[in-house]
Design a binder for this molecule. Structure first.
Ligand code: ACO
Length: 311
């Protein structure tokens, strides 16, 4: 009986037990996890592009090595996440096909351009900072393989956030031109970073169910507020100004109040019409096509070895 199984499943979730790949789970739980984990994986993979754009133009060997390591980490995160999704019975090929065909979603943030070197600092500080805020609670998510993947991912994200903030600090202590670059990057990345947390709680369609299943532990607005509270003092320490005239500390609640997010911009970017959506997908399609021969050769090689062993 499905209702008995569902009740038993929910009791396990309520008791903070991890759900593992071979355990019984409701079809909707499986579907939700495939959706969220694959969107997360796609975000990591597409997220390599805006920063990859600056590897050849990093201003020093040290900066280049750090950026190269960070972009490689993101590729690795995408791979662990596809592997976690595969434990739910979906194939990586299927997921990648959904991405290159334009059917799958990935984070809105990666559809914005990286116009100057300070954007690399702003992405590490803000985008990776937002990612950590969202992903630390996912280390306690009810699905074992996703929770375990998040532990290593979060350690690496923490390094990314620090290198980004240190880059911003260096620019802010540099020449007036360098500080102006940092301010320009903050002006362009602040609002899109807030949009990473997803629609407001009143608009979020999945939150109610995913919180009951303990996939999500906090709502979109709760995490957004935690991020703002942590980040505003860091920006002030840099001597920068946030592009939000309504940003104000509320003594009564202890939180930073913020202005209205432009949800029409968010909707546009998610629907495929952001500044770089087409460019990002085109680059991903080209990479898939250019790498096809490697996959074919690896399969042919594995096949030959199998035949040799059988003979
Ligand atoms: N960009 C693109 N799509 C988004 C975004 C965003 N920033 N935020 C929400 N959406 C989409 C959701 O995927 C969902 O679409 P779908 O129904 O077609 O799948 C829809 O908007 C409705 O939103 P919610 O009901 O709030 O969706 P959900 O409960 O999945 O919450 C969230 C969204 C917070 C992003 C959640 O999926 C999550 O925590 N994901 C894991 C973390 C992640 O993916 N991070 C990626 C960026 S971090 C990085 O890669 C460095």
């Amino acid at each position: 009986e499905d209702s008995v199984l569902e009740a038993r499943f929910q009791a396990r979730i309520d008791a903070e037990e991890k759900i593992e790949p071979n355990d019984w789970m409701p079809a909707a739980y499986r579907r939700t996890l495939v959706r969220q984990i694959s969107q997360h994986a796609h975000s990591e993979i597409i997220g390599m592009q805006p920063e990859g754009n600056w590897i050849t133009r990093a201003p020093s060997l040290r900066r280049k090595a750090a950026l190269l390591a960070k972009v490689q980490d993101e590729g690795g995160h995408g791979m662990y996440l596809y592997a976690a999704a595969e434990t739910l019975g979906v194939s990586r090929e299927e997921l990648v096909e959904q991405l290159v065909s334009g059917k799958a979603k990935y984070s809105s943030i990666f559809n914005y351009p990286t116009l100057n070197w300070a954007d690399i600092g702003a992405i590490g500080w803000l985008v990776d900072g937002a990612a950590i805020m969202n992903q630390i609670p996912l280390c306690r998510c009810s699905y074992g393989p996703y929770a375990r993947a998040m532990i290593r991912v979060c350690k690496e994200e923490s390094f990314h956030q620090r290198q980004g903030y240190e880059l911003m600090l260096t620019l802010c202590r540099g020449t007036p031109e360098q500080k102006a670059m940092a301010q320009d990057a903050l002006n362009r990345w602040w609002w899109p970073s807030l949009m990473m947390f997803g629609p407001s709680d009143t608009e979020s369609v999945h939150s109610g169910q995913t919180m009951a299943w303990k996939i999500k532990r906090f709502s979109n607005d709760e995490l957004r507020q935690k991020f703002i509270d942590a980040t505003v003092p860091q920006g002030h320490f840099l001597g920068l100004t946030f592009p939000d005239p309504d940003l104000a500390f509320d003594e009564a609640t202890g939180h930073w109040q913020h202005g209205e997010i432009d949800w029409s911009e968010f909707a546009r970017v998610v629907a495929g019409d952001g500044p770089c959506n087409r460019q990002r997908l085109a680059a991903k399609r080209k990479a898939e096509a250019d790498g096809a021969w490697v996959r074919e050769a690896a399969l042919a090689h594995a096949d030959k070895r199998r035949q040799r062993q059988a003979a």
